[in-house]
Design a protein around this ligand. Structure first.
Ligand SMILES: Cc1ncc(C[n+]2csc(CCOP(=O)(O)OP(=O)(O)O)c2C)c(N)n1
Ligand SMILES: [Mg+2]
Length: 428
């Protein structure tokens, strides 16, 4: 079992009004627990330095710690680990291909990367069952792959090709599929996916089904009002929402240290009355285990979980951003914690589940698949100009929109009481 960390009662950073409770009150203070799966707990912070008009950031603290091992998973077996490793490779290599396509002038618009976050995207989505639901954000292209979209779909989308999921009407990863893949399209307005996914969980419950739904929010986006509203709604309704707070240390060019005063974003869970978990987002086993446990809670009807995944955005916000504001030592530190290199070492050298030759074969297979997808995407046609207005507005009767959901089988009940909610669900 990972160690439970006692929530600090006094904040790490002094309260803005400078007040501290006298020690005689300590006995009456409440303590909360946050599950922390990490095998290392970095303590450095970022400091803003101003010189005239110039602003830069410096790291304060020790960056010399050795890279920790991968934490043994309580649930994953050999084949599942290899599968996740393959998804992560495909995620990384597809984004490298997209970067090259952009440089060749073939991409319409920008490209967003999840470099350094592949373990978080892939191992989290891997914990969902096919009938469950996912709402990815722009860095979670690995999650889209795990949910069944192909690298071809994603590359065609970025090139706005006629055969792309949005038929050329959007040029980045704003697409989903509510029929087959149960993926809600990313919403750019940060936090808005949270109430939408909570709504999906509520809809499922009204049909008498208890399932897990998963979505993501960044360290920057978690400050939005709708994040609070959506997660609070999920908490009081006891909905099966799994929220990954991807703390990648930056929101555009603002460091996480300037976004919030709590020590760890998982502590926000206390305010919602739900469990909060901290994981190393570069360790695929930790990501999977936390996601799996949160999904199982959701399936038991026990409500939402907030998982803070700590990692680093290893590129700028998007392809146009060279991330020059990021102190170089920080990149060096996290480069050593590359999620794919760490997982490859685990699978090949620690567990010996793949021989070096088998590993080379697996990597070559990913390259081959990607090359075929890239070729297909590059050579597929752009949409015909006259199709531009089609598929945006529906002429009456031009196609049938089938509701995915049926009529409610259950009364909504007061979900704040899980037993009553469950009882309501079983009423037909
Ligand atoms: C409500 C809202 N405010 C601002 C923006 C503009 N915006 C887009 S991405 C971004 C930074 C997001 O940072 P973070 O949430 O940490 O996610 P990351 O990019 O690091 O994955 C901002 C401010 C937005 N899309 N929506
Ligand atoms: Mg961020």
């Amino acid at each position: 079992m990972p160690k439970k960390r006692k929530n600090r009662v006094a904040p790490k950073k002094a309260a803005s009004n400078g007040s501290r409770r006298p020690s005689s009150e300590a006995a009456s203070q409440r303590a909360y627990t946050i599950l922390d799966y990490r095998l290392e707990k970095p303590t450095f912070t970022l400091r803003q330095v101003r010189a005239g008009d110039q602003v830069r950031y410096e790291v304060e603290g020790d960056l010399s710690a050795p890279v920790p091992p991968i934490r043994e998973s309580k649930y994953l077996n050999r084949n599942q680990c290899i599968e996740i490793y393959r998804w992560m490779l495909l995620n990384r290599k597809m984004e490298t291909a997209l970067e090259n396509l952009y440089k060749q002038g073939k991409v319409v618009g920008g490209v967003y990367f999840g470099l350094g976050q592949e373990a978080c995207s892939c191992a989290s989505a891997y914990a969902l069952r096919p009938d469950e639901w996912l709402g990815p954000m722009i860095r979670n292209q690995g999650s889209l792959l795990v949910r069944g979209f192909s690298a071809r779909d994603i590359m065609m989308q970025y090139m706005a090709k006629a055969g792309s999921p949005t038929k050329g009407r959007d040029a980045s990863s704003h697409f989903g599929d509510i029929q087959q893949h149960n993926v809600v399209a990313p919403i750019s307005t940060l936090g808005d996916l949270i109430p939408v996914l909570a709504g999906v969980a509520l809809g499922a419950r009204l049909q008498g089904r208890t399932l897990a739904v998963m979505t993501y929010i960044g360290d920057g986006g978690q400050s939005t009002g709708v994040t609070y509203e959506g997660l609070n709604f999920a908490a009081v309704q006891n909905l099966g929402l799994v929220l990954f707070v991807e703390n990648n240390l930056w929101g555009y060019s603002t460091p996480a240290d300037m976004q919030f005063r709590v020590q760890d974003l998982a502590e926000r869970a206390i305010a919602y009355g739900i469990p909060g978990v901290i994981i190393d987002g570069t360790d695929a086993c930790q990501v999977y285990d936390a996601a799996h446990e949160a999904c199982e809670r959701a399936r038991r009807g026990e409500g939402p979980t907030l998982i803070e995944a700590k990692m680093m955005r290893m590129k700028g916000h998007a392809i146009h951003d060279a991330a020059e504001y990021v102190p170089k030592p920080l990149f060096d530190y996290w480069r050593q914690r590359d999620p794919i290199a760490r997982f490859e070492n685990y699978v090949v050298n620690v567990k010996k589940w793949l021989s070096p030759a088998e590993n080379r074969e697996l990597i070559a297979g990913v390259d081959q698949q990607l090359e075929a997808d890239r070729e297909f995407a590059v050579n597929s046609p752009m949409p015909a100009p006259e199709s531009a207005a089609g598929g945006v507005y529906c002429e009456e009767g031009c196609h049938e929109i089938k509701p995915k959901y049926e009529m409610p089988k259950a009364r909504a009940g007061t979900a704040a009481d899980p037993k009553r909610a469950e009882a309501a669900v079983h009423l037909k």
